[in-house]
Design a protein. Structure first.
Length: 429
């Protein structure tokens, strides 16, 4: 019997149902349903990884190492796998008895077991000490963002914006959708010439540049990524805005030169951590002048029945965003208000992020050879999997993204907002 039929039988023994995808093994044999994507197991090393680290981390290591792959539509394959593995109807893990009964066959297929297979070099294994100290946060940010500006240019396109775009019914171009998002933020913040803007986690400088060019503000952008800061400073100099835009390699906890008229935090708060979030909110409150506005753009997860059971996704934690944490939007709103801010508007952009991610995946796939050259095969595989899987997560409503507008309301109570706040938005959809 070929390897693939044995793998199919093993999968059915573990899951309690036939494999959802056709399997192709390292000996060329195939088994399982036809007519859709094929899960390719290129090496018995993939099984060894699963034996040493059962579950998502073992699968992730095999994927990054190129020992498993998908032949066909990646989105369709991930959707099918989610239906039968990650979204199991009973919500329960595989019974221990099934795992034990499958172990002899798994050992036989994996072959003689040497020492554990070394994890791919792209895995973050440098962490030590308490999470979300300034030193550890710098390392986590460097792991994700300091992988080459050329690589990010390929994925993100000319806008160099690494957060959810805003799409209208006639928007077809990613750059236009990102420009719409940047201007939406500026209008929500009510930016006017001469005001001071702080962009917390400024990335490659796109928002501060847009705000200075189109709204006349003086802007400070802070990031922990040295590569991002160098790129952003070059953009500022090229646009002759060095007198109005400053880019710093600085932790938000080190910013002391307030007050600011407005603060934007776009795709940064996911790195703060639950234990530090209240302090984050309070620091931003203190940096705002009375009447100043905060725009907090943040990915959110759906709340769990038992919040103590929340665990960081092992693939994301090891390969994508070390120490990243997602919180329900309700908790975010509560903590911002506990810090003294008045939340005035919450807008969900969940579907917009799915559209954005699919464009990024398309850019990566179209420039695959160059992406591999700029980083590594493993890094390119990480980004393709995480962005495609995230797109499906947004489409299915498992995670969302929200723009929360809050004000440091002065004692007079005059927040300076329109009577109907959504009046600032020229709706395009």
């Amino acid at each position: 019997m070929g390897v693939a039929p044995r793998l199919a039988a093993l999968t059915e023994n573990v899951l309690g149902s036939p494999p959802p995808l056709r399997l192709r093994a390292w000996d060329g044999s195939e088994a399982g349903p036809s007519g859709g994507p094929v899960l390719v197991v290129r090496s018995r090393r993939a099984l060894r990884r699963l034996l040493y680290r059962p579950g998502e981390l073992g699968l992730a290591r095999a994927w990054v190492a190129g020992e498993i792959d998908v032949d066909g539509d990646l989105y369709q394959a991930l959707s099918v796998l989610a239906d039968v593995v990650w979204d199991r109807a009973d919500g329960e893990s595989v019974p221990r008895t099934r795992l034990l009964s499958a172990l002899p066959e798994a050992l036989s297929l994996a072959g003689p077991l040497p020492l554990p297979v070394r994890p791919p070099r792209e895995e973050d294994r440098r962490r030590s000490g308490r999470a979300h100290t300034q030193r550890r946060d710098r390392r986590a940010i460097s792991h994700h963002y300091d992988v080459g500006n050329d690589f990010y240019e390929l994925v993100l396109g000319p806008s160099m914006v690494y957060s959810c775009a805003v799409w209208g019914p006639e928007t077809a171009d990613l750059q236009d959708a990102q420009a719409a998002k940047l201007d939406l933020i500026c209008r929500k913040l009510g930016l006017r010439p001469g005001q001071r803007l702080l962009d917390v986690g400024c990335g490659w400088g796109s928002l501060v540049l847009h705000a200075a060019q189109h709204h006349g503000v003086r802007a400070v952008g802070v990031t922990l990524s040295v590569e991002q800061a160098e790129y952003a400073r070059e953009r500022v100099a090229k646009e002759d805005l060095t007198d109005r835009v400053e880019i710093r390699v600085q932790d938000y906890r080190q910013v002391t030169d307030g007050p600011f008229d407005a603060i934007a935090s776009v795709g940064m708060a996911e790195h703060v951590g639950a234990a530090r979030y209240q302090d984050y909110a309070e620091r931003l409150f203190r940096l705002l002048r009375p009447g100043g506005r905060l725009l907090n753009h943040q990915i959110a997860r759906r709340p769990l029945g038992d919040e103590s059971s929340y665990r960081i996704d092992p693939f994301i934690d090891a390969y994508v965003f070390p120490d990243g944490e997602l919180a329900p939007v309700g908790r975010t709103v509560a903590q911002l208000e506990r810090a003294g801010l008045e939340v005035r508007d919450v807008e969900s952009l969940r579907e917009h992020y799915a559209l954005t991610l699919r464009r990024w995946v398309r850019n990566l796939e179209q420039g695959w050879t160059q992406a591999v050259r700029l980083t590594s095969p493993g890094r390119a595989r990480i980004w393709r999997l995480y962005m495609a899987a995230s797109a499906l997560q947004f489409e299915r409503g498992r995670i969302g993204v929200n723009q929360v507008l809050a004000v440091r309301t002065p004692d007079s109570g005059a927040a300076g907002l329109p009577l109907r706040p959504r009046a600032w938005v020229e709706l395009t959809s």
